[in-house]
Structures are given as structure tokens and as C-alpha cells.
Design a protein around this ligand. Structure first.
Ligand SMILES: Nc1ncnc2c1ncn2[C@@H]1O[C@H](COP(=O)(O)OP(=O)(O)OP(=O)(O)O)[C@@H](O)[C@H]1O
Ligand SMILES: [Mg+2]
Length: 290
């Protein structure tokens, strides 16, 4: 294919030889399959902030470290330099998280390089060497659903032990590679210790896993792995090889966790009520038309 403009400089720098095809154009980035020598890699080209969606929210940027105070002041003011700094912080957060997680033994695409707003990384492939499918595109047997759910819970625990919460873990951001699930898409990853929203995000990430895999293995729908994991972490006793039960009895110390869970439930109930209202309005409009 014709080389996209944003990838031209990588060819000039000799980082890649050619662009094979576009894989996806998501909300935040366009993703390409590229060649370097006899290797096939993946290039994620970040979109400009203005084209991006809601994820640049305060939740995610809170406590993100920047190099100096001029940068921090500019980011807060929203000047052009500030916007550029915020943009760079957003993009490098994904690169940082990939290196940190790869080092912690979490199965993420191996990062190769970050140049000119483009992340070069391992292309996750299936058993035939094709780009791996997202969980969203798959139908699983109950056995496989249970096995992958288990694997991903261990990954979430390992991530948390490395101080990282994904923050947008869902069936769209997990690929099924040849050896099993691979977690992708980390620009919004948050620092577990320094971010007050980390708990809420972790609970949401784990609930997303439960809801997805619960479609194929319904007994998973009754589990409470999220609160169990956060409680262990919060008490400073979470370990990578933690044996989890999926049950959680809130203790007195866990009282803030109960509050957060209530908050999440309230938000879900509110969303469900909003959908019902929308549906009712739509139906009444349709009846009015007739
Ligand atoms: N390393 C990789 N190997 C194989 N496929 C990948 C890789 N990284 C991304 N993809 C593909 O590109 C898609 C978009 O990537 P990613 O989720 O990182 O970007 P995004 O802009 O946040 O997309 P979305 O808005 O859809 O979440 C993924 O759903 C996946 O299909
Ligand atoms: Mg994504």
C-alpha cells in the first residue's frame, strides 16, 4: 500500500521497510501491519487529541507524572505547548506501561520503539500467523471461557503487583493470540498507588471480564473477584500467585470498598434507567407518528 504520511519518517529512519496494510482505525489510533527485514510488526499511529474521544478524561490523567514544572503548568493552562505536552504524556503512558508490564511478565505486545508519535510493537498473531482476533469477535466454549477468565485474572493481579491498572480492559482490548489472551491498548493505564480512581477502574475492569466470560460460562456471573483483589492489594498482601476464591465478605476495614461498589452499582442503575427512558421516548414517538 502507499505509505501513510505519519509512517514516512519511520521508513526514512530505517525503523521499518514498508507498510503492508491497515489493520484497524480505532477511536484513538490507526493500526498498521508493517515489515522490518523478515519481521512483521504492528505500528500504532496515535490520532491528534482533537480527533480522540472521551478517554482523555481527568480520571486518567490524574497523577500522571510529567518531567518538569513548566510542562505541568502549561498542561494545566491548556496552551499550545501544554496541549503538546499533554499529548506526549498520553502517548508515552502507553509505551511506559508496555515496558513496565512486559518486565513484570504480563502478556502484552513486546514494544520495539516509539518514534514520532508511532508505537512500533510486536504483532500479536493467531496459530496461522494472522493478526489475532479480539475477544469481541469470538464465541467460546464454557471450558475455554473459564480458562481464559482465570488467565486474565492472574494477569490483572500481576499488573496490580507491578502498580498498574489497565483502566479500559474489555473484550475490545484483549486479543486471543496463539498462546492465549494478550492485553492491548494501554494509554489510559493508571498508577495503582497514586490515583484515587484506580480502585474504581480495577473493579470495572474485572467486572468487564466477568460479564464477557459469564456469557459463555454463566456461573462466573456470581463471582466477586474485583473486590477480593482490591481488598488484598489495599491490605498490602496481594501476591502474584494469590489463590482467589471469587467470594468477598466485606470486613470493617473494607468499608470504603463497599462505598465504591455502591457508587458503581448506582452508575450502572442510572445508565439502565436512562436507556429505559430513551427507549420509552422512542416508542412513544413512534406511536405518535402512526
Ligand atoms: N499489537 C497488536 N497486534 C495485533 N493487533 C493489534 C495490536 N495492537 C492493536 N491491534 C488491533 O488494532 C485495534 C486497535 O488497537 P487499540 O485498541 O490499541 O487502539 P484504539 O485506537 O484504542 O482502538 P479502539 O478505539 O478500537 O479501542 C485492536 O482492536 C486490534 O484489533
Ligand atoms: Mg482499543
Amino acid at each position: 500500500m502507499k505509505t501513510p504520511k505519519r509512517l514516512q519518517s519511520l521508513i526514512e529512519e530505517g525503523l521499518i521497510d514498508k507498510v503492508e496494510r491497515q489493520l484497524m482505525s480505532g477511536k484513538e489510533a490507526a493500526v498498521y501491519v508493517v515489515r522490518r527485514g523478515d519481521e512483521t510488526l504492528c505500528a500504532k499511529v496515535y490520532k491528534e487529541a482533537t480527533q480522540r474521544s472521551f478517554r482523555q478524561a481527568v480520571d486518567y490523567t490524574e497523577n500522571r507524572k510529567v518531567k518538569n514544572t513548566r510542562q505541568a503548568r502549561a498542561m494545566a493552562k491548556g496552551t499550545r505547548f501544554g496541549r503538546q505536552a499533554r499529548e506526549a504524556a498520553w502517548q508515552s503512558a502507553e509505551v511506559d506501561a508496555l515496558y513496565r508490564l512486559a518486565a513484570a511478565g504480563v502478556r502484552v505486545p513486546r514494544p520495539h520503539n516509539f518514534f514520532d508519535g508511532v508505537l512500533l510493537m510486536e504483532l500479536v498473531t493467531d496459530e496461522y500467523g494472522n493478526a489475532a482476533a479480539r475477544l469481541n469477535d469470538l464465541v467460546l466454549t464454557p471450558e475455554l471461557a473459564r480458562a481464559h477468565h482465570q488467565t486474565l485474572l492472574s494477569e490483572v493481579v500481576s499488573m496490580l503487583c507491578a502498580g498498574v491498572v489497565h483502566g479500559d480492559l474489555s473484550k475490545f482490548n484483549i486479543l486471543l493470540g496463539e498462546q492465549g489472551p494478550v492485553i492491548i491498548d494501554l494509554p489510559q493505564a493508571v498508577d495503582a498507588a497514586g490515583n484515587t480512581t484506580a480502585c474504581r477502574m480495577l473493579l470495572r475492569d474485572v467486572a468487564n471480564l466477568r460479564d464477557y466470560f459469564g456469557c459463555f460460562a454463566p456461573e462466573l456471573l456470581n463471582t466477586s473477584f474485583g473486590p477480593e483483589i482490591w481488598d488484598l492489594y489495599h491490605r498490602g498482601v496481594l501476591q502474584r500467585e494469590a489463590v482467589l476464591t471469587g467470594r468477598f465478605e466485606p470486613s470493617l476495614e473494607a468499608v470504603d470498598l463497599v462505598g465504591v461498589m455502591r457508587e458503581i452499582d448506582d452508575a450502572r442503575a442510572e445508565e439502565a434507567a436512562r436507556k429505559t427512558r430513551l427507549q420509552a421516548a422512542r416508542e412513544s414517538a413512534e406511536r405518535g407518528d402512526r
